[in-house]
Every structure is written in C-alpha cells, then in structure tokens.
Ligand binder design. Structure first.
Ligand code: TMP
Ligand code: MG
Ligand code: ZN
Length: 200
C-alpha cells in the first residue's frame, strides 16, 4: 500500500460509428455519479449534430456536456473546468489535432488521481487510425472495444464507410455526419480508397 491517494485511470471507449460509444460513455458516467463522484463531460464544438449543451447518442440518450473548441483554448478549458471533479469524460476525442497532445493531458489527469473516460473513433473512413487514436489507446489502462453490425452482411463491423447516394466516397478526414453519410462495415465489406474505382 502506498498511501491513500486515489488511483487514477484512463479508460478508452473505441470502435466504428454506430457501435454505441456514446451510450457506453453515458452508462459509465452515470455509474460514477451513483457512486458519489463528481463528473464533468466535454465534447468538441465541431460536432453539433444534436445539441450544444449535451452529449446525445444516435438513439437519443443524453447527458449534459460542456462544449469546447478543438484547439489549445479547448484543452485549457478542459483543464480549468476539470480541476474540482473526480471523473472527466471526453466524447469524440478523434477531432483534436494530434499536435495538441490531448492524450497527454488525459494521461496527466489519470496520474493526478482522476478517472478519465474518453470516447474515440477507431479509424477514419479510409480505414486509417483517426488523428490521436493511437496515443489515446496506448496510454489507456483499459479499453472498451465496441463493434457495430455491417450494413452489407451482418457481421461484426469495425470500420466506418463514408457514403453518398449508396456509393463509397473519400475526402477530407473530418466531415461531421450520421447515417446519411456513414455506415458501419466489416473488414471484408469495407472498401478501401485504393480499391475504389471512383475514389475522390
Ligand atoms: P460517432 O463516433 O459518435 O458516431 O461520431 C463520429 C463523428 O466523426 C461523426 O460526426 C462523423 C465523423 N467522421 C469524420 O469526420 N471522418 C471520418 O472519416 C469518419 C469515419 C467519421
Ligand atoms: Mg458518439
Ligand atoms: Zn460485411
């Protein structure tokens, strides 16, 4: 035993879109609240699909969240507003550019005794690790690796395909969207950019 200081933890929730990452985050943060811990949830300003003041799942579950920008000011806001809470949640962490080292900030939180839950998309629509995913997953103490269901064949899906009018499309890494522009796919049904005749 090394004193009474609470042990911090970094817990990642990852997977493709429509795998229930945000539902899992809400469920885990609710448990923390029930056990008497103070919780603060942050979400990136870039994603305003459903609400500016809450994190909302594709199924409509929600939890109040503070919206922060995906720049250095956003990281500062996370640090400042986490000072007095036991548990920190970060939704959609893939949107932070790698050079801002969000992963290190979260690692520091865990070292200081906080429990940190971070939800992060595993891969972008080209099948490559999304931004700071590798760092976050490497620094995590534990990982909830979630799968969705492939829309083509019904197998477990670990990829997210970007689609337009039923066709696979490729473009800039960041493009906020939901079922109108993305679908979960398994490794076999996922179309990589190089194999697509009409890759854009
Ligand atoms: P979700 O993981 O909560 O479903 O949200 C993922 C968000 O990431 C959604 O707004 C779409 C966006 N996204 C990109 O910007 N680029 C990509 O390559 C993929 C797959 C998703
Ligand atoms: Mg989500
Ligand atoms: Zn499939």
């Amino acid at each position: 035993m090394r004193g009474k200081k609470k042990q911090g933890k970094l817990i990642a929730i990852t997977g493709p879109m429509f795998a229930g990452k945000t539902s899992k985050m809400i469920q885990l943060l609710d448990r923390e609240k029930y056990s008497g811990n103070s919780v603060r949830l942050f979400k990136p300003k870039i994603d305003n699909r459903y609400s500016k003041t809450s994190v909302v799942t594709h199924k409509g579950e929600k939890l109040p969240a503070m919206t922060v920008t995906v720049d250095a000011n956003g990281i500062d806001a996370i640090i400042k507003n986490s000072a007095d809470c036991d548990v920190v949640g970060i939704d959609e962490a893939q949107f932070w550019p790698p050079e801002l080292n969000l992963a290190n900030t979260l690692n520091d939180f865990a070292n200081s005794g906080k429990t940190v839950y971070v939800s992060i998309l595993n891969k972008d629509h080209t099948g490559k690790p999304f931004n700071n995913t590798l760092e976050v997953l490497a620094l995590a103490d534990s990982i909830h690796s979630l799968t969705s269901i492939c829309l083509k064949c019904g197998e477990d899906a670990t990829f997210t395909q970007r689609i337009s009018k039923g066709k696979e499309i490729f473009g800039s890494q960041i493009q906020v969207g939901g079922t109108e522009s993305y679908e979960p796919r398994c490794r076999k049904c996922f179309v990589a950019k190089s194999r697509s005749a009409k890759g854009r």
